[in-house]
Design a protein around this ligand. Structure first.
Ligand SMILES: Nc1ncnc2c1ncn2[C@@H]1O[C@H](COP(=O)(O)OP(=O)(O)OP(=O)(O)O)[C@@H](O)[C@H]1O
Ligand SMILES: [Mg+2]
Length: 153
């Protein structure tokens, strides 16, 4: 699915729809260049999941966990730069929570077999193209449900 998002508000709407559909063990990969909007998407996602704390970029800590309707794990693997160090990723991916991964390209070997990928591309200051792709049966169903939630922007 490809969407054109024209404002922060529309990004929040997309993110909130996904947060409401999220179930335990879900893994969503966030791709896109520096400043594309991965952290922004994650902040909206966490808020919609019911996280009360401020969600800041995990660039320096790599992984931050929050509690909401489900545990929310927020990763930014940028600084791992293709390192093959396993930071115990499976505990997050196969736990009870939902995990959002910025820069998943850096931990390809540790990713689970199924996930949803969201690729965010900057069109202009406030506009983004978001491409959503499913890998695995569970995520095919999730993508279908998400598509139904979204009225064309
Ligand atoms: N529609 C939009 N969706 C997302 N971000 C937007 C949008 N419009 C403007 N922005 C702005 O773009 C910037 C995106 O920065 P953000 O930190 O989310 O990027 P990032 O993809 O996480 O970058 P990095 O790879 O450095 O972690 C923010 O300042 C945000 O306010
Ligand atoms: Mg970021």
């Amino acid at each position: 699915m490809k969407l054109i998002i024209n404002s922060l508000e529309e990004m929040k709407t997309l993110s909130s729809h996904l947060a409401h559909l999220a179930s335990p063990d879900d893994v969503y990969l966030l791709k896109g260049d520096l400043g594309a909007g991965k952290t922004t998407f994650s902040q909206f996602f966490g808020q919609a999941l019911g996280v009360n704390k401020t969600i800041s970029s995990p660039t320096f800590t790599i992984i931050k966990s929050y509690s909401g309707r489900l545990p929310f794990h927020h990763m930014d693997c940028y600084r791992l730069e293709d390192s093959d160090e396993d930071l115990g990723f499976d505990d997050y991916f196969y736990g009870e929570g939902v995990t959002l991964v910025e820069w998943p390209q850096m931990i390809e070997e540790f990713l689970p077999p199924g996930y949803l990928t969201l690729t965010i591309e900057r069109i202009s200051d406030d506009s983004r193209q978001v491409t959503v792709e499913a890998h695995g049966a569970h995520y095919e169903n999730l993508l279908e449900a998400l598509t139904h939630e979204i009225t064309p922007y």
